[in-house]
Design a protein around this ligand. Structure first.
Ligand code: KG4
Ligand code: ZN
Length: 351
C-alpha cells in the first residue's frame, strides 16, 4: 500500500474518532509557526517565531531573508509545539500546512517540512489556504460559531468580504480593487517614519489624534461591496509631502488618526451596506488588520446598532499563526480532502 492509500484508509477512522489532533505549520510570510489543535476548536499549543526584527531594517519583508529564517526556525517551532502540547509526532493524527497564497520560497519551507513529517509518521496531510486559516481563527475563539456567516478578511495582502456558506465553502461578496488594507496602513506609516510593519504602531499613535484633522477622499468602486485603498493612500502621502514642503507643522497623531479613520470607515460602511442589503445576521472579522482598535470598536458599534452578531478573533490569533491553520486542516480532514506528496506551494492561490 502506498503512503497516500494508507492515508485515505485513515480518513473514516478519523471521522469517527473522539478527538482529532492536528499538528499544523504556517510559513507563508514572515512568521514561522507550528501548533497543535484538537477537533478544529481547541488550541493545545501555538508556537510562533516572528521575523519582524530581521526585516524591519529593510522597511518590508525580504523574501530571501524570510526563506532562510524559516529553514533555520521551522524544526524548532515544530518541536516546541509538540512539547507544549505534551505530545510526540506519533500522537498527531494528521499534519496541516499552508500551501498558499504567500511568498513562494517561504511557503516551500513549510510545505516541505509538513510533507516530510506526514510521510515519516504515515499520517494524512491536509493542505490549507492561508486566507481560510485566518477565517478559522474565529472557530478557535468562538466555539459556538458555525457557518453560514459573512467574514471581512483584512490582512497585509487581502481585503475581502466573504460569505462562508459552509465549512470550506466560500463566496466572494466584495474585494479590494487595488491595495489591501494592511498594505495601505504600512505605506501610510512609512511616510510618518514609523518602522515596519507600520500598521500596529500607526494604530497606537492614532489613539491620541484627531481623526478629522485631515480630510481624505472616499474612493469610488465598481462593485457595490468592493474596496479601494490606493487613491486614499496616495492622497494621504501627497498631503503629508505638500504640508512638509510648505513648512506647515502637522501633528503625526492627527495624521495617523485621520488615515485610520478613512480606512476603517470604508471597511465598516461597505460591510454594513452588504449586511443590510443581503440580510446578513452573523459577521466575523479576520486577518492582521482585525487587531486594529478602531476597526474593532466601529464594527462592534455598527453591528450592535443593526442587531448583527459580531465575531472577532482573540488578538493573538489575528496575525499569522499555525493554530488557525490547524483549525482549517481539521475541516479538510473531515471532508476527506487530503494531499499526496506532490503537494506544492501555490503563491497566488485563491479562495
Ligand atoms: O494577516 P497578517 O499577519 O499577514 C498577512 O497575511 O498579510 O497581516 C499583516 C498586516 C500588516 O499589514 C500589518 O501592518 C497589519 O496587518 N496590522 C495592522 C494592525 N495589526 C496588524 N494594521 C492596522 N492596525 C493594526 N492594529
Ligand atoms: Zn496572514
Amino acid at each position: 500500500m502506498t503512503y497516500f492509500e494508507s492515508c485515505m484508509q485513515q480518513i473514516p477512522e478519523l471521522q469517527k474518532k473522539e478527538h482529532v489532533r492536528v499538528l499544523a505549520i504556517e510559513s507563508s510570510c514572515d512568521e514561522t509557526a507550528a501548533a497543535v489543535v484538537e477537533d478544529g476548536r481547541t488550541i493545545l499549543s501555538n508556537a510562533v517565531f516572528s521575523q519582524i526584527d530581521l526585516h524591519a531594517l529593510y522597511g518590508g519583508v525580504v523574501p530571501e531573508i524570510a526563506s532562510r529564517a524559516h529553514v533555520e526556525k521551522i524544526n524548532q517551532m515544530v518541536d516546541q509545539a509538540l512539547k507544549d502540547a505534551g505530545m510526540e509526532l506519533r500522537d498527531a493524527d494528521a499534519i496541516g500546512v499552508t500551501y498558499g497564497p504567500g511568498l513562494v520560497g517561504a511557503l516551500l519551507i513549510g510545505v516541505s517540512c509538513a510533507k516530510a513529517l506526514a510521510f515519516a509518521a504515515g499520517k494524512p496531510l491536509a493542505p490549507v489556504n492561508h486566507i481560510e486559516g485566518h477565517i478559522c481563527a474565529n472557530f478557535l475563539t468562538h466555539p459556538q460559531l458555525e457557518p453560514p456567516f459573512a467574514c471581512l478578511v483584512v490582512s497585509g495582502g487581502h481585503s475581502h468580504l466573504f460569505s462562508v456558506e459552509d465549512y470550506g465553502v466560500f463566496r466572494i461578496i466584495g474585494q479590494t480593487q487595488d491595495d489591501a488594507a494592511g498594505e495601505a496602513f504600512d505605506k501610510a506609516a512609512r511616510v510618518l517614519n514609523i518602522p515596519y510593519p507600520g500598521g500596529p504602531l500607526l494604530d497606537k499613535l492614532a489613539e491620541a489624534g484627531n481623526p478629522h484633522a485631515l480630510k481624505l477622499p472616499r474612493p469610488k468602486t465598481e462593485g457595490r461591496y468592493d474596496y479601494s485603498f490606493s487613491g486614499l493612500k496616495t492622497a494621504f502621502i501627497n498631503a503629508v509631502h505638500n504640508a512638509r514642503q510648505k513648512g506647515e507643522a502637522l501633528n503625526d497623531a492627527d495624521l495617523a488618526a485621520s488615515f485610520r479613520w478613512a480606512v476603517v470607515s470604508c471597511l465598516v460602511d461597505k460591510a454594513m451596506l452588504a449586511a443590510e442589503e443581503l440580510h446578513l445576521t452573523k459577521m466575523a472579522l479576520a486577518g492582521g488588520v482585525s487587531a486594529n482598535r478602531l476597526l474593532r470598536r466601529e464594527m462592534e458599534a455598527a453591528c450592535e446598532k443593526r442587531g448583527i452578531h459580531l465575531f472577532m478573533p482573540a488578538l493573538p490569533l489575528c496575525g499569522d499563526n499555525a493554530a488557525m491553520i490547524g483549525s482549517a486542516a481539521y475541516y479538510h480532514l473531515m471532508r476527506g480532502d487530503i494531499a499526496d506528496l506532490t503537494l506544492n506551494a501555490k503563491p497566488a492561490l485563491r479562495l
